[in-house]
Each structure stands twice: as structure tokens, then as C-alpha cells.
Design a protein around this ligand. Structure first.
Ligand code: S3P
Length: 451
């Protein structure tokens, strides 16, 4: 986690069509929230299908450090005994967040309305990410912060009980910021309100309601107004975490670009605040068929059959950005195989993810033989009309401690003349530990190589 693990270079060369059926791990956003909300409920919740990646394990450890009992059963079910809203205990150690922005920002929200002090530390990537977007509104609620320069980690915060309810219009479209404020509102008297000008993923709203909190959502001319009624009581739940559409995105693109591919991805979350990549790929001509749409625990899920198809460049609609914010790196890979130049703008937030994903993908694609033009808020990619990429030869793509850069470029290698080599694929374990096993099960041949 924050102690740097040794880099693990990975090489991926073309190995023919991808075929087969796979399941993706549980959704990362829902997994974090399941542990946090169960940790605040009174009684025992059970969670099946939890993503057991490093980011979610950081959340589990933090909830334990603050008094929740969090146990993994041998069959993979997680049992959580919560402390009750307002019952979080003072952690005796610094909260080790590793690479996980979601753990950090949502937990800061939880702690803001508890009279406890907590220190957050993270890896080199997380320590560069902006925290003012959460320390700002949480300070208005009464929490106090001592941060590293630039409002960054490591930081120490002290929450306040009772905290002060606020009404806050989000200056950036961010589900993490929205959620941090709503979670602080859980233990705050009165009504805490967040106004989001553009809809972002709504898992916190849906799940908090499921746990018994009163959350009202109103569509207004200024955006969605989300109100949480404070001093809530949460009751334990049984949760089935649906498959992560962000993880599924790698296979959607891989099957679309590798000739002859035919892949079925089972049990993918189809919440409309998360399906922007499916929309964008379909606009490009991808063949993505939904089979057996159904409801699991209040969320739409479906199996997706994806077959190779020639792709055409598009201007990526900027209003899709919030619903595919984590999928741009792999969309850029799809664009590299399309006919024409794809233009993606209006995605400035990509600059402050686990890496600067605009600069990181421009550099990675250039190394693999793709021409791109960087914009302040996006990237234009000259597609190769189905031709394989050149590959990187002996040069290595820099993954910059960013799991999605590593996995996106691994996908690029699946249709390249020479291999694509990535300097460090260890970060894949933050969100998708089984990624390489699944790649092999579909016929790809990723290889670990010497550092
Ligand atoms: C997430 C929100 C998004 C996303 C992240 C998960 C969440 O971040 O990039 O991977 O679970 O709320 P922002 O809210 O910063 O856009």
C-alpha cells in the first residue's frame, strides 16, 4: 500500500481472438459503500460479491480501526457488525488508504460528524490528489483539517458532534464529494443538502435509502437536489454486489478491437449513471448485446455479449463524462483502432485521477505508435482503421501507479504487431486482482517479465 511495492513489468502480445464467458469482480463503488454503511448499521449485514481489491480492503481495515467488526467467511461472504450512526471510535493508528481516493474522501465525510481525530496516509499517487474539494464543504460543517501543502495527504482531521448541516452546490461533478457530504449529514441534526448540476453515480443515495435513511431527491432547474435527514438510524442489510461496469469495460473494448472475438460478460451493473462507455462504444459501431436484463438488489444488471466490430471515430458527447469518467483510458484504446479521429473533450477531471489520465494515455499510446493531440480537457486520437498497433518494442509504458492505465494498455497489446510492455502492472490489484487470469481464460497471453 503506501510502502511502495516493487514494480512488476508486464508484456502483452497479440494471441488471436478472445472468446469465452467471464464474470467481473463486484462493483468498486458499491463495495466501498457496502462496508461503510454496514459499518454504521446496528446489527449484522452480509455482503456477497464484494470486490476484494486493495482499495476496498483499505476501506475494510479503516472501518475495523473505527470499531466495526468486519469478517470474511470462507465462502467469500463478508459479515459486518456496525457501530451505529454516531458510534465510530477513535482509530488508534493512521488510516492507510493506499491508492484509494474513494476510501479517503468518503471516510473523511463519515468522520466529519464524529468527535474523533483521524490521520489519513496514502501512496505516492493518492498523496498528489486534491482534497480541498472535500475539506472545503466538511469544514463548513465544523470539521477541522491539518493537511500537507496543497490540501493533500497525509492529513489529520477532527470531526465535530453535533456538526452543522449545510446546503452545498458541487463546483465539480464528483460522486465522491457528493457522497462525503451526505455521509457527514448522516450524523448531523437537521437536513444536509447537496445540489449537483450534472448527475453523477447515485449509489450513495440508493444504498442509504436501502439501509433506512431518509434521502429525498428532487430534479430542479439548477440540478438534482439531494437531501439527507440527519441523525439517521441504519438497519443491517443483505447485499449482492453486482459486477463492476468499469472492469467490464476492458473486455468490451478488447472484444471489439481483436478480430474474431466473441465474449460474454456476466452480471454487469447497468445503472444509467455508469453506462456511458456502452453508449459511446455503440455510437462507434461496437456490437454489444444485452442479454437477460434483470434487477439485483434494486440495481439493473445484464449479461453483455460483445463481438468484434469495425469502429468509427466519434466526437464523444461531453455529457457522457460523469457516467464513464473511469472508462476514458480504455475508450482511448478503442479510438486508436477506429476509422478517423475521435475527439473527447469536457473531461478535465481526468487530470486528477490516480494519474493525469490525459497525459498518461497520450504518452502510452504514442509509445505504442498512435498519434494523439492533447487538450486541456481531453484527447484526440487518430485511429488506425482496424490495423494493429505497432507495439512498444523494448520501451515500457509508464503506468504511474494507475491501475486503469495498466489495464487499458494491456488491452491495447491484444491487437498489436509487437508486444506492449508496461513498466508496472502491480497497481491492477487495487481494483481487479483477477484481471490477468481472466485475460488468459479468454485466450490472451500476458507475461510477467523481469524488472
Ligand atoms: C467514485 C467516483 C468517481 C470515480 C471513482 C469512484 C465513487 O470519482 O472516478 O473511481 O465511488 O464515488 P469522482 O467523484 O472524483 O469523479
Amino acid at each position: 500500500m503506501s510502502h511502495a511495492s516493487p514494480p512488476r513489468p508486464l508484456s502483452v502480445a497479440a494471441a488471436g481472438p478472445l472468446r469465452g464467458t467471464l464474470t467481473v469482480p463486484g462493483d468498486k463503488s458499491i463495495s466501498h459503500r457496502s462496508l461503510m454503511f454496514a459499518g454504521l448499521a446496528v446489527g449484522e449485514s452480509r455482503i456477497r460479491g464484494l470486490l476484494e481489491g486493495e482499495d476496498v480492503l483499505a476501506t475494510a481495515a479503516a472501518m475495523r480501526a473505527m470499531g466495526a467488526q468486519v469478517v470474511r467467511e470462507a465462502d467469500g461472504t463478508w459479515r459486518v457488525h456496525g457501530v451505529g450512526v454516531g458510534g465510530l471510535l477513535q482509530p488508534q493508528v493512521a488510516l492507510e488508504m493506499g491508492n484509494s481516493g474513494t476510501s479517503t474522501r468518503l471516510l473523511m465525510g463519515l468522520i466529519a460528524s464524529h468527535a474523533i481525530t483521524a490521520t489519513f496516509v496514502g501512496d505516492a499517487s493518492l498523496s498528489k490528489r486534491p482534497m480541498a474539494r472535500v475539506t472545503g464543504p466538511l469544514s463548513l460543517m465544523g470539521a477541522t483539517f491539518t493537511t500537507s501543502p496543497g490540501n493533500r495527504l497525509p492529513l489529520t482531521m477532527r470531526g465535530l458532534t453535533p456538526a452543522v448541516p449545510i446546503e452545498y452546490a458541487l463546483p465539480v461533478a464528483s460522486a465522491q464529494v457528493k457522497s462525503a457530504i451526505l455521509l457527514a449529514g448522516l450524523n448531523t441534526p437537521g437536513i444536509t443538502r447537496v445540489i449537483e448540476p450534472v448527475p453523477t453515480r447515485d449509489h450513495s443515495e440508493r444504498m442509504l435509502r436501502g439501509f433506512g435513511a431518509r434521502v429525498d431527491v428532487e430534479e430542479t432547474p439548477h440540478g438534482r437536489v439531494i437531501s439527507i435527514h440527519g441523525e439517521a438510524e441504519l438497519s443491517p442489510q443483505d447485499i449482492d454486489v453486482p459486477g463492476d461496469p468499469s472492469s467490464a469495460g476492458f473486455w468490451m473494448v478488447a472484444a471489439s478491437i481483436v478480430p474474431g472475438s466473441d465474449v460474454t460478460i456476466r452480471n454487469v451493473l447497468m445503472n444509467p449513471t455508469r453506462t456511458g462507455l456502452v453508449t459511446a462504444l455503440r455510437l462507434m459501431g461496437a456490437s454489444i448485446e444485452e442479454v437477460g436484463r434483470r434487477d439485483v438488489g434494486g440495481e439493473a444488471v445484464a449479461d453483455l455479449r460483445v463481438r468484434h466490430a469495425p469502429l468509427t471515430a466519434i466526437e464523444v458527447p461531453a455529457d457522457l463524462a460523469p457516467s464513464m469518467i473511469d472508462e476514458y483510458p480504455v475508450l482511448f484504446v478503442a479510438a486508436a483502432f477506429a476509422r478517423g479521429t475521435t475527439v473527447a473533450r469536457g473531461a478535465h477531471e481526468l487530470r486528477v485521477k490516480e494519474s493525469d489520465r490525459i497525459a498518461a494515455m497520450a504518452a502510452a499510446l504514442a509509445l505504442a505508435g498512435v498519434r494523439t493531440t492533447e487538450h486541456e480537457d481531453g484527447l484526440s486520437i487518430d485511429g488506425r482503421d482496424g490495423d494493429p498497433l505497432a507495439g512498444t518494442g523494448t520501451a515500457r509504458v509508464a503506468s504511474l501507479l494507475d491501475h486503469r492505465i495498466a489495464m487499458s494498455m494491456a488491452v491495447a497489446g491484444m491487437h498489436a504487431r509487437d508486444a506492449v510492455t508496461i513498466d508496472d502492472a502491480a497497481p491492477i490489484a487495487t481494483s481487479y486482482p483477477a484481471f490477468l487470469d481472466t485475460a488468459r481464460s479468454l485466450g490472451a497471453q500476458p507475461q510477467w517479465i523481469a524488472a
